[in-house]
Design a binder for this molecule. Structure first.
Ligand SMILES: Cc1cc2nc3c(=O)[nH]c(=O)nc-3n(C[C@H](O)[C@H](O)[C@H](O)COP(=O)(O)O)c2cc1C
Length: 235
């Protein structure tokens, strides 16, 4: 059975645009037969990597910090897919999700391995990494804002790219909640299909990708509505 581990990295937790996107996506994955677990990263005890490298030296594979991360690494070991779901914060992932990502270092073997023109680390012997899936939404209405985040995930996957990438500009249009049947029903249905396709095919179909790339709202309309809303709270 396919196992999906979803990491909701929004500091807003379950009341977030990230959750609104994840909900139908994971529902689709579940209905296609996957076992799905979602972690609300905000609610976990995850310290920052201290850069001590003890997980590579004196205690190979084991971090010196005793917090929730050991359990999360166990979940990584059995997951087929790890869905990194994050709001875009300053062109990257939100800080606590980044902390979680950094704390996966114990899973890597310290030796430097050169493949082609690039040096990397292999997973530690016996460790298996889930395939990554990137889900992000942002406050601005253009896709270009995701460029750095997409490049980071391309490098994290040694140039292969994640198994699936779902990018949602103008994410605040979702109103931080999943509301099927409303104006974004077409989008939620495509997300549901995307979750099922990931589990069944290991990728998203070009048709589903095309629908998910459609703007939720035209940029001018979105900006005007956002500015009106800011003005009304400021005055
Ligand atoms: C600290 C901070 C940094 C942000 N940086 C960006 C950014 O670089 N680009 C962007 O388009 N939106 C940015 N945003 C807006 C969020 O991406 C946007 O509000 C998003 O819809 C939040 O999603 P969530 O509800 O899933 O947390 C930022 C918001 C915050 C609070």
């Amino acid at each position: 059975m396919t196992r999906v581990l979803a990491l909701n990295g929004s500091p807003r937790g379950v009341r977030s645009n990230t959750a609104a996107i994840l909900t139908p996506f994971l529902e689709g994955a579940r209905e296609a037969g996957a076992r799905v677990e979602t972690l609300i990263v905000r609610d976990l005890d995850i310290g920052f990597c201290q850069g001590c490298f003890t997980c590579w030296t004196s205690t190979p594979g084991v971090c010196c910090q005793k917090d929730d991360m050991a359990g999360i690494l166990d979940k990584f070991q059995v997951a087929d897919y790890a869905v990194f779901a994050t709001p875009l914060y300053h062109y990257g992932m939100a800080a606590k999700l980044k902390a979680l990502l950094e704390r996966t270092l114990p899973l890597l073997d310290p030796h430097l391995v050169r493949r082609g023109r690039v040096t990397t680390h292999d997973p530690r012997k016996g460790v298996r990494f889930p395939r990554l899936v990137l889900v992000s939404n942002c406050g601005f209405p253009e896709r270009d804002h995701f460029r750095s985040l997409v490049e980071q995930f391309r490098q994290l996957t040694e140039g292969r790219g994640p198994a699936a990438t779902i990018l949602v500009p103008a994410g605040e249009a979702l109103g931080r909640r999943y509301s099927p049947g409303g104006p974004f029903d077409w989008f939620y249905k495509a997300l549901h299909r995307a979750g099922a396709e990931l589990v069944k095919e290991g990728r998203l179909s070009p048709e589903t990708q095309e629908i998910l790339a459609r703007p939720l709202v035209p940029p001018e309309v979105y900006n005007e509505a956002a500015n009106r809303s800011f003005d009304s709270t400021l005055t």
